[in-house]
Design a protein around this ligand. Structure first.
Ligand SMILES: N[C@@H](CCC(=O)N[C@@H](CS)C(=O)NCC(=O)O)C(=O)O
Length: 213
């Protein structure tokens, strides 16, 4: 880690931000980061300070040693590539393990690109959730815990905030027992607990899906 503090502009409840926060904690950096919470209700993400770094006026917006990088997946990959030896290794170095973690990471990214579709087309969302339920069933049948086997990886960090977001906003996770087991088990992980969106600890700002998934 460089001499200059890392800086993260974030918003409580933003799944892209949470993903980055988990990586920072897994790498042992989180307590040293200059965390700047932006208030969406005041449109602070559109301030000159943020848009100078991120013309889209979005979070996460991240700076490390004067290097500015945005887009949550890019930040996660950057942190693992630059700081692979710090804290938890999140993408295995050996080919087989790496291929499995990358495969799931990029499947999750694809799902994220279709976010708008998922929000309006419940049938597609249902199928997508079922797909992850099936993946987790295989993992659990093998007596393992994480998305890619026995070790926590970047694939879990890409996925978990999506699962928690769905639960937070009304998904009846008991309909998906494997996902429920995964959700509850990983909720115990230190980095996830520590970075849990603070506003989700209260019962305010809960909305429900109009159509149950
Ligand atoms: N693809 C981006 C998505 C970033 C994004 O959508 N951020 C939202 C919060 S979850 C945001 O800043 N929204 C405020 C706005 O667009 O004004 C990433 O993964 O980093």
């Amino acid at each position: 880690m460089s001499g200059e503090k890392m800086k993260l502009y974030w918003f409580s409840g933003s799944t892209p931000c949470w993903r980055v926060q988990i990586v920072l904690e897994e790498k042992g950096f989180y307590d040293k980061v200059d965390l700047r919470h932006v208030d969406f209700y005041k449109q602070e993400q559109k301030s000159a300070e943020v848009t100078k770094l991120n013309p889209r006026g979005q979070v996460p917006t991240f700076v490390d040693d004067g290097i500015n990088i945005n887009e949550s997946h890019a930040i996660c990959d950057y942190l693992e590539t630059c700081y692979g030896d710090y804290g938890k290794k999140l993408i295995p170095s050996e080919k087989e393990g790496m291929s499995r973690v990358l495969q799931r990471m990029h499947e999750i990214k694809q799902e994220n690109r279709d976010q708008e579709l998922l929000e309006t087309k419940y049938e597609i969302a249902r199928k997508e959730i079922q797909r992850w339920e099936d993946y987790l069933m295989e993992v659990h049948e093998d007596g393992q815990t994480y998305l890619v086997g026995e070790d926590f990886s970047m694939a879990d960090i890409y996925l978990y905030p999506h699962v928690a977001f769905c639960v937070r906003f009304g998904l009846d996770i008991s309909k998906y027992p494997e996902l429920a087991k995964y959700y509850n088990t990983l909720a115990q992980r230190h980095s996830i607990q520590k970075t849990w969106p603070p506003t989700w600890k209260s019962s305010e700002d809960i909305y429900r899906f109009l159509v149950p998934l």
